[in-house]
Design a protein around this ligand. Structure first.
Ligand SMILES: Cc1ncc(COP(=O)(O)O)c(C=O)c1O
Length: 416
């Protein structure tokens, strides 16, 4: 049974409220070790300061009624324009919408594809989406809400979407193919050019889920790393989801869904007129939304600029290289070859659940992949400060397990 909580009869006052929040914060994971965890993607104190100040400035405004707030409208237009440019969507103008996060961006793309198919493929009554096994769970969730069938196909030996398997799974009911840049479980960017060729051949919508890589991969590429292309420069990509609240270093609650052209974006909008007020037009699925999230994201992209994002990417990718080298040097551990800042590793002779359990006793919050069992970490520029400490603790945990000294059992689950 859950504990009952009552509204205080008399308000607690500012000091008590804030000190109770401090108590809750003290229960959160170790701040230093949190710099390498399953939920990182944070910038330095410097960007956190700028983003918090920007968030405060727009704290009171509601983004649902942008028409009343020309300043907010201007910020959002600039933000979507910058995002379009980063995603190589500039040529056909700004065709992007702000959403509350990756889940909403993907939901909107699935919805737009469904509406597009109603118009262009009216014979389809039970629309299907084909995507690799590795596509984020939020596709399953979105398909559930939208009455779509998601068909997941096996990934290849390199953990990327297998274009042949995708093509084989296409039926007369298929409306969309989707791939990731990169996938959450295995951290690799799918061969979007191959998926684009298949999609074009069958006249299908292609969505690229770049929630993790959207504001990271372009800068890592500019640093000279060789990454597969996945943005609008690939002919056949119809829509992209890219999260500003991940490697855009904005405050939580903001993502972008971008469209190849206005032709596709038009299927996104829903404007009900069957009520007593005017047509209800919103930017995405949510109604009321924090204008502060837009202001904070605008501040992040403008404060950092290309050189700032490149410096963060450089620092984080170097930290990742050190971590991966360190993992390889611990006998029995095998990190996968990932493209960006997700690091996953398995173990030969010991159970990964035990490694994760041992690490959690030392204050590390690793996530996991269940199939196959892998420890799952997400790095950011601050990870640089803790790579050595992590490797030291990991080495000790592995030795402890091998000598029968630790039986701590962790979980590879992300369940809430
Ligand atoms: C690849 C990918 N897509 C979508 C999402 C969902 O994003 P959000 O948690 O912002 O809704 C995530 C979250 O981690 C992700 O990794």
């Amino acid at each position: 049974m859950t504990e009952a909580f009552n509204l205080p009869g008399k308000g607690l006052g500012k000091d008590r409220v804030l000190s109770k929040l401090d108590e809750a914060l003290a229960m959160e994971p170790d701040k230093l070790r949190g710099n390498m965890s399953c939920y990182a993607m944070k910038g330095t104190e410097e960007i956190v300061d700028v983003v918090s100040a920007a968030y405060q400035k727009y704290f009171f405004l509601n983004g649902v009624a942008r028409r009343f707030f020309p300043g907010l409208q201007k910020l959002e237009l600039e933000l979507t324009g910058i995002a379009s440019d980063i995603l190589s969507g500039g040529a056909e103008g700004i065709n992007a919408n702000v959403t509350s996060g990756g889940t909403e961006s993907i939901f909107c793309a699935l919805h737009a594809a469904r509406e597009w198919a109603k118009k262009t493929k009216p014979h389809i009554k039970e629309p299907e989406i084909v995507a690799p096994y590795s596509i984020h769970a939020t596709f399953s969730k979105g398909c559930h809400y939208l009455g779509l069938k998601l068909v997941r196909t096996p990934v290849g030996a390199d953990w990327r979407a297998d274009a042949e398997a995708i093509e084989k799974a296409i039926t007369p009911n298929t409306i969309m193919v989707a791939g990731s840049a990169p996938s959450w479980p295995y951290g690799v960017i799918d061969h979007i050019d191959q998926l684009a060729a298949v999609s074009k051949k069958h006249g299908l919508w292609l969505h690229v889920d770049a929630c993790v890589g959207g504001f990271l991969s372009p800068f890592v590429s500019k640093l000279g790393y060789d990454l597969p292309k996945w943005d609008f420069s690939v002919d056949g990509v119809t829509s992209i989801s890219a999260d500003l609240h991940k490697y855009g270093y904005a405050a939580k609650g903001i993502s972008i869904v971008a469209w190849r052209s206005e032709e596709y974006q038009q299927y996104h909008y829903v404007s009900p007129t069957d009520w007593p007020c005017s047509p209800y037009i919103t930017q995405a699925f949510t109604g009321s939304r924090p204008a502060s999230a837009v202001a904070a994201a605008w501040a992040a992209v403008n404060y950092l600029g290309e050189d700032g994002y490149m410096a963060y990417a450089d620092r984080a990718m170097k930290a990742k290289a050190r971590l991966v080298e360190g993992l390889k040097s611990i006998e029995g551990l095998s990190p996968l070859n990932t493209d960006l800042l997700i690091v996953v590793y398995g173990a030969e002779d010991i159970r990964v659940e035990q490694i994760v359990g041992g690490l959690s006793e030392k204050g590390w919050t690793s996530g996991g992949v269940m199939d196959p069992p892998l420890a799952h970490l997400v790095l950011d520029p601050l990870s640089d400060d803790v790579v050595d400490l992590y490797l030291e603790d990991l080495q000790a945990v592995v030795e402890q397990i091998r000598t029968g000294g630790s039986t701590a059992e962790g979980t590879l689950s992300y369940a809430d």
